[in-house]
Design a protein around this ligand. Structure first.
Ligand SMILES: NC(=O)c1ccc[n+]([C@@H]2O[C@H](COP(=O)([O-])OP(=O)(O)OC[C@H]3O[C@@H](n4cnc5c(N)ncnc54)[C@H](OP(=O)(O)O)[C@@H]3O)[C@@H](O)[C@H]2O)c1
Length: 242
């Protein structure tokens, strides 16, 4: 897809990886509907950065635990820009919970934010794009979906289902909408940890170093550039998933 002039929704686009993907799109001339939940200041900062390079962006606040709010995101973006061509489902929560300690609340929040929202956003996006215009959906998953551990059970199950959803949507939305996923590895440290934590943990993975948001963005832009790749999952893990 030629990206210049297109419109993308990026969920969780105000901070961290979502922000890096939003900026990567803006640098390609894509206009941004930048979704955020609580990071209002960071959303404003990101938009200022996009505008500083001549880009255009609209902040859209919505709590993804509330389906009635989630459902408005595509229509608000379409109303403002007149079209939406790309949906990036990046927002997620990543909270611990093993077999004994996963509560119903932990389960429900993970499933609402990490899985239910991407599905209903995709449904609204596909209805908006219709059967003739081109579109792309990119889901940000996690390599853990393929090698699940035991400490983040609800999270891992949502990412497993997000991969299944990617394959299923790639069939359902064909031929005009491509649906792909990226499974990142160690890119940014979890909350409360710094780069040193990540650098040390990365000594156990084949690449012996963490990845960077720019490396995820490269895979992301490849998927958007391709007109013949759909239902694909790109691992950006330095081999950690092996
Ligand atoms: N970081 C990594 O190394 C890594 C590794 C593997 C996979 N991933 C995946 O990559 C994606 C981005 O990761 P990240 O580490 O950058 O994420 P993050 O820092 O945890 O950010 C999560 C994002 O989700 C949004 N969000 C969470 N709950 C929300 C809610 N109830 N309503 C609306 N928005 C909500 C947040 O928005 P607000 O801040 O505005 O509330 C934030 O933008 C996620 O899907 C994650 O699973 C990341």
């Amino acid at each position: 897809m030629e990206l210049e002039g297109k419109v993308a929704i990026v969920t969780g686009g105000a901070v961290r990886l979502g922000r890096a993907l939003a900026l990567a799109l803006a640098y390609q001339g894509v206009r941004l509907a930048l979704h955020y939940g609580s990071s209002e200041t960071q959303a404003a900062d990101t938009i200022a950065q996009i505008e500083a390079v001549g880009g255009e962006a609209l902040a859209i606040q919505a709590d993804l635990t509330r389906l009635e709010e989630t459902r408005t995101i595509v229509s608000r973006a379409a109303q403002h820009f007149g079209q939406v061509d790309i949906l990036v489902n990046s927002a997620a929560i990543f909270e611990p919970g093993d077999l004994s300690h996963t509560t119903e609340e932990n389960w429900d929040r993970h499933f609402a934010i990490n899985l239910k929202s991407p599905f209903f956003l995709s449904q609204a996006f596909a209805a908006h794009v219709g059967r003739t215009r081109r579109g792309h959906i990119i889901n940000i998953a996690d390599w853990r979906a393929f090698r699940p551990g035991t400490h983040y059970m609800a999270y891992t199950m949502t990412k497993g289902a997000l991969i299944t959803m990617t394959l299923s949507l790639a069939l359902a939305a064909a031929p005009n909408i491509q649906v792909n996923a990226i499974a990142p590895g160690m890119i940014l440290p979890p909350p409360g940890q710094g780069q040193a934590y990540l650098d040390q943990r990365a000594q156990t993975i084949p690449a012996r170093r963490p990845g960077t948001p720019a490396e995820v963005a490269k895979a992301f832009l490849y998927l958007l550039d391709s007109d013949f790749v759909t239902g694909e999952v790109i691992f950006v893990t330095g081999g950690e998933h092996l």
